[in-house]
Design a protein around this ligand. Structure first.
Ligand SMILES: Cc1cc2nc3c(=O)[nH]c(=O)nc-3n(C[C@H](O)[C@H](O)[C@H](O)COP(=O)(O)O)c2cc1C
Length: 210
């Protein structure tokens, strides 16, 4: 599908049930190789329309380029990463997901594939992300991705934070509404103190990764 043939976005959201995880797998080039049933259902495409095509088939024009650059930089370095993503369904509707990107490597440390695990996003999280992404897209339109990258870095600096910390905060916000994280009274502090490995397994558990 060329960019021209993409669905025209409409201002209607698809709500994803809380217990669902939308999963897709790609080869190292980002070509979809596997999808689960709920991913297919929400996307509105048939399975055979998804397998073998670039994952940007569900890219929403409201997503800033810099966000995908951050994702690809991490996963190509074999580092797992999370991002809040707005996706475009075949009928033009949109849906928000928190996505956990996981890189799988073989015994020689060569990348085998990437898997994305997506859960629904809490409204409070959307309130943070929507204006930020809007600003990033507006900057990219006039000045390109270098400028949005700088804006994002300044945004973090102003807040004394960085991308990973922001995502952690978002994840906690996403789940502290009624979900017991099993992290005691101060989940944010508990997450900060975790080792990288423990953090990974915590997020994997949260996202239902086996
Ligand atoms: C495992 C995996 C899952 C991905 N999932 C999505 C997704 O849900 N939505 C999306 O827009 N891009 C997703 N991407 C990123 C796309 O490959 C692509 O970089 C992005 O859509 C931007 O497309 P563009 O570079 O053609 O503008 C995923 C990539 C990987 C490796």
């Amino acid at each position: 599908m060329t960019k021209k043939d993409r669905p025209t976005p409409i201002n209607e959201e698809i709500n994803i049930p809380n217990n669902e995880i939308l999963i897709s797998v790609t080869n190292p080039k980002g070509i979809i190789t596997e999808v689960n049933d709920i991913f297919i259902k929400i996307s509105g495409y048939r399975e055979d329309e998804l397998i073998g095509v670039s994952h940007n088939i569900i890219r929403h024009p409201d997503m800033p380029k810099i966000m995908f650059k951050i994702v690809w930089n991490h996963i190509m370095d074999k580092e797992n990463v999370m991002a809040v993503v707005k996706n475009l369904a075949k009928d033009g509707r949109y849906y928000w997901v928190v996505t956990d990107f996981v890189t799988r490597v073989d015994a020689d440390n060569n990348i085998i594939n990437y898997t994305a695990y997506r859960r629904p996003v809490h409204d409070e999280v959307k309130q943070v992300v929507i204006p930020l992404y809007r600003a990033l897209c507006a900057i990219e339109d006039v000045a390109g991705i270098k400028a949005s990258e700088k804006f994002l870095n300044d945004y973090f600096e102003d807040r004394g934070t960085n991308y990973d910390d922001m995502v952690e905060e978002i994840i906690v916000k996403n789940y502290d509404k009624g979900t017991d994280l099993g992290l005691g009274r101060n989940p944010k502090e508990a997450i900060k103190e975790m080792s990288k490995e423990k953090k990974q397994s915590f997020f994997n558990k949260l996202f239902g990764v086996k």
